[in-house]
Ligand binder design. Structure first.
Ligand SMILES: [Zn+2]
Length: 85
């Protein structure tokens, strides 16, 4: 731990402490709550940890999601939503 010349720290290593996974570029389903409504966005480009499944979005992806949420438009598709209760 903390050896600066032991192994190069790669920025694609998992950010979760103790996880040895590496992020892989994937497309994920992203679910957000926006103005009280659940919004699901499919095929969002993200880096997903190969071990724990931690998901990272690039800043430009986050901006694109926010832009999408800011648009008032009909969704491309709809999904049934079930409450866990
Ligand atoms: Zn991980």
């Amino acid at each position: 731990m903390g050896d600066p010349k032991g192994k190069k720290i790669q920025d694609m290593n998992c950010s979760l402490q103790g996880c040895l996974g590496q992020y892989e570029a994937k497309r994920v389903i992203h679910t957000v709550r926006h103005r009280g409504r659940v919004v699901v966005i499919d095929h969002v480009p993200a880096d997903v940890c190969s071990i724990c499944g931690d998901v990272l979005f690039k800043p430009e992806t986050v901006r694109a999601i926010e832009r999408l949420l800011g648009e008032v438009r009909q969704p491309d598709a709809s999904v049934p939503l079930y409450e866990y209760a």
